[in-house]
Design a protein around this ligand. Structure first.
Ligand code: AMP
Length: 380
């Protein structure tokens, strides 16, 4: 790879979006001497608090997007629901990595699932439901129970409903405003896991192996690395990640969420073309974090080593923890192998991701035990 194409330290990187993923990206970028501009409709955001410049404007304000893009060397994003027109406007002035084409596929569940199926990647059975007629046909074909998911803007189980019969399915479809959905069979899984992978501008590939994930109320609760599963299954999942980043021609980071079924089949559930909550443990546990890797890929630098220093576990801290007052930070910090990350959000609403804890230990089981204890110590 020629260094001539690389965007070097001192340059400005633009981030569309301003949440915790942008914040951790900005921290990695500033560590390496880059400047960061963030763009979202809000102010005093998790990313804005650590960026050089925080632009507060609508994603629909294409003049503001163009002005933003003119001042940066490259644009990346920290959530995938950026309108296509916004990405196109930015791309007139700076390379957007991953590209608008990757966003187009991954910001729409039906398109994403069809892309996976058409390219031979294993998924749960699904059918599109753009109207009530298609919904009825889909539920009839796939049977119940089934999961209904909105095609757009779904995350952390939002826009999702499990239904046990056609009547419930119709009610859920109407309750969601008859917007486009997909119907999916319910997977009886042994566990959920993810592979966070990266692809450089030169086509180089890196990954952090398999990460085991546990959800509570559809929100990620705990992640453990390495995931406890047969080596062969893990190797298959990494191979799927490698094929996927090539097929998508992705430059940046991609998280692939998987189900491991009870008979040890793997199914792709969802793609996120950016760092992911399950990869937060790479900040403390790996030579290169997922955020530094995103920066390296976006800037056309060589990718860093994804080797782990140790096994690790990550526990999310949701706003619910604040219900009896400020959590007891000092008690959790009294565990010397546990690291605290907070995102600078002022209002701790239930279900809102406020921060996370990462524990490092010799085994994933021991790291899990420690991170759970640390989180318990926070509760008043
Ligand atoms: P998603 O928004 O697709 O990532 O779904 C959030 C969570 O809901 C997943 O991590 C699973 O725990 C659960 N879930 C989603 N789809 C299915 C499915 N087809 N079968 C069983 N559980 C599911």
């Amino acid at each position: 790879m020629s260094n001539l194409s690389a965007i070097l330290p001192g340059a400005v990187i633009g981030v569309l979006g301003s949440g915790q993923l942008g914040r951790m990206f900005a921290i990695a970028a500033r560590q390496m001497g880059y400047r960061v501009h963030t763009y979202s409709p809000e102010t005093d955001t998790p990313t804005g608090q650590v960026a050089d410049v925080e632009i507060a404007a609508s994603y629909q304000d294409l003049d503001a997007v163009r002005k933003f893009a003119q001042k940066v060397a490259a644009v990346t994003f920290e959530f995938e629901n950026v309108p296509a027109a916004c990405v196109e406007a930015a791309a007139q002035f700076a390379p957007v990595r991953p590209s608008g084409a990757v966003l187009h596929v991954t910001q729409h569940r039906a398109r994403e699932k069809s892309f996976l199926a058409e390219n031979g990647f294993p998924t749960a059975k699904f059918l599109p439901a753009r109207n009530l007629t298609e919904l009825r046909a889909a539920v009839e074909t796939l049977g119940c129970p089934a999961v209904l998911k909105t095609a757009r803007s779904g995350y952390d189980g939002k826009g999702q409903a499990k239904v046990n019969n056609l009547h419930d399915a119709e009610a859920a479809f109407c309750a969601a405003g008859e917007q486009e959905m997909i119907v999916e069979t319910v997977v009886d899984f042994e566990k959920e896991f993810s592979v966070v992978a990266a692809r450089g501008l030169d086509g180089s590939f890196a990954h952090w192996g398999v990460i085991e994930n546990r959800h509570r109320h559809h929100i990620l609760d705990l992640s453990l690395a390495p995931a406890r599963m047969p080596k062969k299954v893990a190797a298959n999942a990494v191979e799927i990640a490698r094929l996927l980043v090539v097929k998508l021609d992705l430059v940046g980071v991609l998280c692939i969420e998987f189900f491991l079924t009870r008979n040890y089949e793997i199914l792709v559930n969802e793609l996120a073309p950016r760092p992911h909550n399950s990869g937060h443990l790479t900040i403390n546990a790996s030579h290169t974090s997922q955020f530094e890797q995103q920066l390296r890929a976006v800037c056309g630098l060589p990718l860093g080593s994804t080797e782990y220093y140790s096994a690790s576990a990550m526990a999310n801290l949701l706003g619910d923890l604040w219900q009896d007052g400020e959590p007891d930070w000092a008690r959790a910090c009294d565990l010397p192998d546990v690291k605290l990350h907070l995102y600078g959000k002022v209002e701790p609403r239930p279900g809102r991701k406020m921060g996370h804890l990462t524990a490092l230990a010799l085994t994933a089981d021991e790291a899990e035990r420690q991170v759970i204890e640390a989180r318990q110590r926070l509760a008043r």
